[in-house]
Design a protein around this ligand. Structure first.
Ligand code: DX5
Ligand code: ZN
Length: 223
């Protein structure tokens, strides 16, 4: 069964605590928490203090996506919120040794360690890190904002990653982020995704619970 992770990005920060509570009650599996620093991507959002406040007011599993230039320097501030998943970007690291170190630090804390990569990054570039990863977050839009169109070629990447996973008996999860909605979720699942992020699709849905159930049914009936 596919897992659904609505994202924090479309909601205003002052309303985030309420929004996360609503999604928890509506049956979302994770809350995908988009952290932007105004450097790795132009926008800036979700301070560690705000995430901590969210974590204190909800029991939903937090899936933190760090779109920042210096994950090694800031990740511990976000660790305070006890995320279930913490994902860093391949492109944030000039030193690949630092990326290995970062992933092992996350794992040492008992958190699922995720790696994400932008649409133009090739899978060969992230392959050396896969044995260490608990999750791979495929960006199906350019990171930076909600509401963009799903890049179709991402389906090929998901299938390729799924193939690598099967061939090497790796057990990382595949999560897909950007432009996911009711029109493409079946294809994304069939290509090998385990978790889908849904920002604007969930935000726009009038009844979140009905929408989440509808997506789960669509996917269940597609395999
Ligand atoms: C984009 C963010 C996404 C975003 C997804 O950079 O990483 O998590 O919130 O929103 P939608 O589903 O609207 O593309
Ligand atoms: Zn994200």
């Amino acid at each position: 069964m596919i897992k659904i992770a609505p994202s924090t990005n479309p909601e205003k920060e002052e309303d985030l605590v309420q929004y996360v509570k609503l999604l928890e009650e509506s049956g979302a599996d994770y809350m995908h928490c988009d952290v932007m620093d105004g450097s790795f991507v132009p926008a800036k959002c979700l301070s560690s203090e705000k995430l901590f406040e969210v974590s204190q007011n909800s029991t939903i599993a937090l899936d933190v996506h760090l779109m920042v230039s210096n994950p090694l320097q800031i990740w511990e501030e976000y660790y305070k919120s006890k995320p279930t998943i913490l994902t860093v970007h391949y492109e944030s690291f000039e030193s690949k040794n630092n990326l290995f170190y970062m992933l092992s630090q996350i794992k040492n804390k008992g958190i699922l360690a995720g790696i994400s990569f932008k649409p133009d990054t090739k899978i060969e570039e992230i392959e050396p890190f896969l044995p260490l990863c608990d999750l791979v977050l495929v960006m199906s839009v350019e990171p930076g904002k909600s509401g963009q169109k799903f890049i179709e070629n991402s389906l090929v990447k998901i299938a390729e990653l799924n193939g690598i996973r099967l061939q090497n008996k790796y057990n990382f999860l595949i999560e897909v982020d950007g432009g996911v909605d009711h029109t493409n979720v079946q294809k994304i699942y069939q290509a090998g995704a385990d978790i889908v992020v849904m920002g604007s699709a969930v935000y726009k849905a009038e009844n979140k619970k009905v929408f989440i159930n509808k997506i789960k049914h669509l996917v269940t009936n597609s395999k």
